[in-house]
Write a protein that binds this ligand. Structure first.
Ligand code: ADP
Ligand code: MG
Length: 238
């Protein structure tokens, strides 16, 4: 579960075509990073996959099924935002439980999933605190916890670490990579940071002005960048 296919997907805002026809396959269980300069369409692409934006044309398939018109909540995906989007007046436990409460999941199942997420993210001792009583890294973990309890077939991260300071970013990168190993779930991770892309990805998708410049493993891109744009962006010697 977690294979995502884009078939000739386009997106225009008014007359501006931000995503020209784009074909892309995200393999099941892979950690895929979308990397590219600011404004190249990374967030738009992720929002199209999440269903937060409608495609202008083309098809999106999730696990073989046409999901192009499927509402976000029914796509089986969880998105983690840079801004955390936590409820300040609710405890960590309630923040994490929120999507399950909305889905009216039985309380015992909610509790089981909260305990498991808290354990995976080292939040067990913080469940009764409010977001304001946590560090930036802990808040980001709560946001990830809220995504985990939905048991999605894929996680979508949009620059989740860009609000953290450099030292914390390194730690959180390792934590997210570790989580990917533990959960063995598809993850799509958007960043403009080459180091994040090179250190975290199984597969990197280099985007430029809405189109795909190159797809490959970090080593592929480092050894054989297709052009100067990719070379410059990845920092390889071509
Ligand atoms: P990135 O995440 O790579 O920085 P975005 O996907 O946010 O890039 O934006 C890609 C382009 O689409 C930009 O030129 C941006 O101005 C434009 N764009 C994004 N969202 C909208 C919107 N809702 N309405 C109009 N233009 C938009
Ligand atoms: Mg963005």
């Amino acid at each position: 579960m977690g294979r995502i296919t884009l078939d000739k997907v386009t997106k225009s805002f008014g007359t501006a075509q931000v995503i020209p026809p784009l074909d892309l396959t995200i393999e099941d269980g892979e950690f895929t990073v979308f990397v590219g300069p600011s404004g190249c369409g990374k967030s738009t692409l992720l929002r199209l996959i999440a269903g937060l934006e409608d495609v202008s044309s083309g098809q999106i398939r999730i696990d073989g099924e046409d999901a192009t018109m499927t509402p976000p909540a029914k796509r089986g995906l969880s998105m983690v935002f840079q801004s955390y989007a936590l409820y300040p007046h609710m405890s960590v436990r309630k923040n994490i439980a929120f999507p399950m409460r909305m889905a009216k999941m039985p309380q015992e199942e909610q509790d089981r999933r909260i305990e498991a997420a808290a354990k995976a993210l080292n939040l067990t001792d913080y469940l009764e605190r409010r977001p304001g009583q946590l560090s930036g890294g802990q808040r980001q973990r709560v946001a990830i916890g809220r995504a985990i309890v939905r048991e999605p077939s894929a996680f979508l991260f949009d620059e989740p670490l860009s609000n953290l300071d450099a030292a914390l970013r390194v730690g959180m990168r390792m934590e997210i990579s570790e989580l990917h190993k533990k959960l063995a779930t598809t993850m799509i991770y958007v960043t403009h940071d080459q180091v994040e892309a090179m250190t975290m990805a199984d597969k990197i998708v280099v985007l430029r002005a809405g189109y795909v410049e190159q797809v490959g493993s970090p080593l592929d891109l480092y050894r054989a960048p297709r052009n100067l744009f990719v070379a410059g962006f990845i920092g390889s010697p071509k």
